[in-house]
Ligand binder design. Sequence first.
Ligand SMILES: NC(=O)c1ccc[n+]([C@@H]2O[C@H](COP(=O)([O-])OP(=O)(O)OC[C@H]3O[C@@H](n4cnc5c(N)ncnc54)[C@H](O)[C@@H]3O)[C@@H](O)[C@H]2O)c1
Length: 328
Amino acid sequence: MRSVLISGGCGFLGSHLIDRLLLRTDLERLVVVDNLWTGSMRNIAHIDDPRLGLEIQDAESFVSHHRFDEIIHLASPASPLWYMREPARTIRANIGGALNLLTLLKPDGRFCFASTSEVYGDPLVSPQPETYRGSVDCTGPRSSYDESKRCTEALLFEQRRVADLDVRVVRLFNTYGPRTRIDDGRAVSNFIAQALTTGIVTVYGDGAQSRSWGYVDDIIEGMERFFWRDPITHQGPLNIGNNCEISVLEIAEFVCSLVPGSRIEHHAPVPQDPTNRCPDLTLARQVLPGWEARTAYQEGVRMTLEWFREQMAIGSALENRAAGAAAL
Ligand SMILES: NC(=O)c1ccc[n+]([C@@H]2O[C@H](COP(=O)([O-])OP(=O)(O)OC[C@H]3O[C@@H](n4cnc5c(N)ncnc54)[C@H](O)[C@@H]3O)[C@@H](O)[C@H]2O)c1
């Protein structure tokens, strides 16, 4: 039986991964370490499983007498809006978190890490294969995130070289779906939240910049197979994402088509916003045969929009109840 630690488990991807982890019959114990910086306990509130334990703590200072068979390190904001506000904290979460959590791994344990397509920077080749070394600016506004992911990758692959550490590193491309924060700030969730609230959907620049938008269920399927389900010898890095490139403008227009009365407003471009991001999935197809990010963006955006609508309805019902109670 296996004991697993997941950092960042109250976040968007972490909470979906927990749902999959708890389906494992070989799982004895699952410890979630999360400081609730960008995550929320609401994301795991539906779980009633005695194997799950929640520690509201920083990954970089979490202490335990227990040693784990598997550690999945996701603790880090993924949204530029959030990581740019607190660069030192972002670096601590990624690098400090990995350094600390490594000490909690059993000698023959496996360390899984969610790296990012941002390690490719503003790429000069498209699509980006894992062998592409990136076009990154270590003094730029995104550097706390992309350089800390690069450094953590370096730490893990070097530990593999010198200590034979069993590592699994995925480089995730843009992912969206239910359980994203309403104030997450990334394009899909931002467009949906804006369309449902103010009705004004802001597109930075002309919107021609493209992204490969992966729906959460597809991305989690790839992570699950790579991290624990499939018998795989490749340790990464492995690109996981959707390779269907769509412009930011197209997504914004689609969201507006679903929310009557909403409209697009263009704002000044964001500095160092990459012009394109698209995974080369050749390796992923070899390592995870049959895996594809299958959900078309139209379907994924509809499902995400429905979830946001439900959350907003729950939020306003709670506010009304609180206002009613205060008026008594
Ligand atoms: N979502 C994406 O599109 C995407 C893309 C590339 C990489 N990733 C990576 O995947 C991981 C999860 O991303 P997400 O979208 O779920 O982000 P998220 O912000 O929803 O979740 C991150 C979680 O980590 C927690 N956290 C942050 N710092 C912490 C710390 N020091 N100690 C403990 N907990 C901490 C947050 O509270 C949150 O619950 C991140 O490492 C991110 O860099 C995500």
